[in-house]
Write a protein that binds this ligand. Structure first.
Ligand code: HEC
Ligand code: HEC
Length: 206
């Protein structure tokens, strides 16, 4: 019996090693091994050479409508890659592009961007102060006190201000580009000028 159990355990382990574990599990496994992690980050930099045209060499966006990926939570990045690839999140370009990444590359890309430093920008102090009051009341409980998020909750501190405004409006207006019931409820009562204030606060937050 004992021998059988050991044999079974061995089989399960080799199944995992052959990539039958889920992608979030693989992400955690790579994060837990410094040598494997270093190799994944190097591979991630190579894989993202094309992404850099829009998301920047260091994950800092080159255009207003493009999100920064630097410092983003890796589990969140992996989940958004999955959503693009199955069409749960709509963006014609990203949906097509992301399909070319295999499972290993998806994990590497998520870890690579997550490892890069963020770049907060300047914002009008009065506007940001107004934004903080709204954020603390409506958003903090999920995105965290410093807006760093966790796991599937995105980091929104230091995100690009134009992208932030557009994203918040889309959830509020239920455009179908992204579907998240909780986000639509949280943003449902926001006026346009309040969205501008929250985005200003977040964009300057380190
Ligand atoms: C032509 C420009 C362009 C290129 C190249 C590009 N992206 Fe994007 N990416 C975008 C835009 C624009 C968005 C925002 C879509 C939206 O508004 O929802 C985006 C969104 C994302 C997001 C979601 C981020 C978030 O905060 O939710 C991820 C992850 C991402 N891209 C990864 C990649 C990866 C990995 C590559 C390379 C394989 C890549 N992108 C290449 C333009 C680009
Ligand atoms: C109940 C939890 C919850 C609350 C409250 C909440 N969020 Fe979110 N937020 C999420 C989750 C989960 C996602 C990812 C959803 C998805 O995959 O589309 C998200 C996504 C976002 C994004 C997209 C980030 C990106 O990189 O594309 C922005 C911006 C955002 N939230 C801002 C806010 C703001 C501003 C508020 C307060 C007005 C708020 N959220 C309140 C859970 C929450």
């Amino acid at each position: 019996m004992k021998v059988l159990l050991i044999a079974l355990g061995f089989l399960t382990m080799s199944a995992a090693a052959q990539g039958q574990s889920t992608l979030p599990e693989r992400l955690k496994a790579v994060q837990g091994d410094p040598v494997v992690l270093k190799a994944a980050l190097d591979a991630g930099r190579r894989t993202t050479f094309f992404c850099a045209n829009c998301h920047g060499e260091e994950g800092i966006s080159k255009a207003p409508e493009v999100p920064n990926l630097a410092g983003q939570n890796p589990a969140y990045l992996l989940e958004q890659i999955r959503k693009f690839s199955v069409g749960e999140r709509k963006d014609q370009f990203m949906q097509g592009l992301i399909k070319v990444l295999n499972d290993d590359e998806r994990v590497q890309v998520a870890l690579f961007y997550a490892s890069l430093p963020v770049a907060p920008t300047r914002a009008d102090p009065a506007l940001a102060a107004h934004g903080k009051v709204l954020f603390d009341k409506l958003c903090l409980r999920c995105h965290g006190e410093r807006a760093h998020g966790a796991e599937l909750y995105p980091r929104i501190a230091s995100q690009n201000v134009v992208y932030l405004q557009a994203s918040i409006r889309r959830y509020r207006d239920r455009t179908g580009v992204r579907n998240n019931q909780l986000m639509s409820i949280a943003t449902g009562g926001l006026k346009d000028d309040e969205i501008v204030a929250i985005a200003s606060y977040l964009s300057q937050l380190p």
